[in-house]
Structures are given as C-alpha cells and as structure tokens.
Ligand binder design. Sequence first.
Ligand code: GCO
Length: 265
Amino acid sequence: MQFPELFSLQGKVALVTGATHGLGLAMAMGLGAAGARLVINGHSSDKKIDDAVASCEKVGLDASGFRFDVTDEGAVEAAVEKIEAEVGPIDILVNNAGVIRRVSLLDMPLDEWELVIRTDLTSAFVVSKAVVRRMVTRGGGKIINVCSLMSELGREEVAAYAAAKGGLKMLTRSMATEWAPFNVQVNAIGPGYFATEQTAPLRDSGHPMNEFVVDRTPAGRWGQPEDLQGAAVFLASAASNFVTGQVLYVDGGILASIGAPTGER
Ligand code: GCO
C-alpha cells in the first residue's frame, strides 16, 4: 500500500466515545476527514449529540449519533449491536469518554473516586470488549485509548484521574498483547495540556496553571484540539499496522523535558 492510501480511512466506520465536544469531537473530525464514517457517542444529552453530528455534517462528513452510557455493559452491548446494524461494522474504536474531579485525596468522597475510575478506565474495558469480539470475527481492527500526561506524572488534586489514566496505559498494553494475534492493534494517545472545556478552569486569567503550562511546554503554548488529528489518523490507519501497545504523547514536548528555571523561558 502506498501513500496516501496508507493513511486513508475510506470505507471505515469509527466509533468515538465522549465525542460531543473537545478532544473527542476533534479526533472524530480528523478521522472523518481521512474518510471514515463517524459514530458520535455521548451520554448527557441528545442536543449535544445532535449539535456534534451537525457540526460534522456541516463540513461534509458522514456522521450519526448514539447516546449510551459507556460504563453500562448492557447498554454498551445493545448500542454496539444497533450501530453495526444501522451504520456498519466498527473498524475503529476511540475510547475517549472521561471525566475529571479536581480535589485533594483527603477530601475526595469514595463515590467520586469510583465515578472517575469507572468513566475513565472501566469504560474502555467495557466498550472494547463488546467491539473487539466482533472485530476478531472480521479479521481485525484498531483501538485508540485516550490517555493523558497523567498516565506518567502526578499532580496535586487529580489523583483519581491520574490513577485511571495510568491504569489505561497498562490496559492498552494488555489489550495489545491479547489481541495482536487477531490483527487488532491497540494504542493510546496521550494529550498534553489542551485548550478545551475540561481545562477551562485552569486557563482562567490569573490562574497559576495558565502561565505554568505555557512555561513548562517546550513548544510554548497550549495544544489545540486539532493538534491530535494526525496521531488519531495514523493510529487508525494501515500506516500503523505493526504498531501496538504504544502511547503516542502529543504534548508539545513536556515529557521530553525537565523544564527551565522560572523566568528563563
Ligand atoms: C489537570 C489534568 C488535566 C490535563 C491533562 C493533561 O491538570 O487538571 O492534568 O486537566 O489537562 O489530562 O494531559
């Protein structure tokens, strides 16, 4: 296979969870631009899903929306069956759905901890299990788990999120190991600090994280959601057929660098 077919997703169906906004929607649109038919998942409201589908259609992409809870095994199985009947067999799954709670460990109630672990880690197991079973019978597929810098580094007040994202990195490696014989490649994308709704509280003017992130990032800026599209297309396409179990960090260089003394950047 040659360029550009190597990176083409023409004729493929891609399910992206938590894709109504932010990084999920941007990655979905990147896959769509490479030719994939998109299945946009969300949970909180029909309106958000309809708006995301409309924004895809507005730029000429083929998209449909499916509302279900990625942590509910019964709901996931029913939704995957419906998607495959109505849209087509899922070739690409992006496990993107996630939440964050910024609170110190000592103040974190157990139910909030469990919500984060279920949404950010358990959901990838639940959705993958339903999808991969079908991929295996068809001879292969691609899974992309959305990790984080917090798969590698801790930060005050995001312990549950870091624990879940660290777990997701290891789940990626285990999935890759178990499913490689079935021609299913499982990789992850690890976004650095991106300008999304999730990080809006950190980007408020005057918030110390705002300046810190720019200083700590060798590229000297917050990531824009579109910065993830190339990595998503690569990991979803035939170009990555011998790549599995990897986390591709898209972080402007943060993990490559210890940073510079205050005021020297
Ligand atoms: C935070 C969290 C996230 C980050 C991201 C970094 O600091 O609150 O780290 O919001 O944006 O996951 O990869």
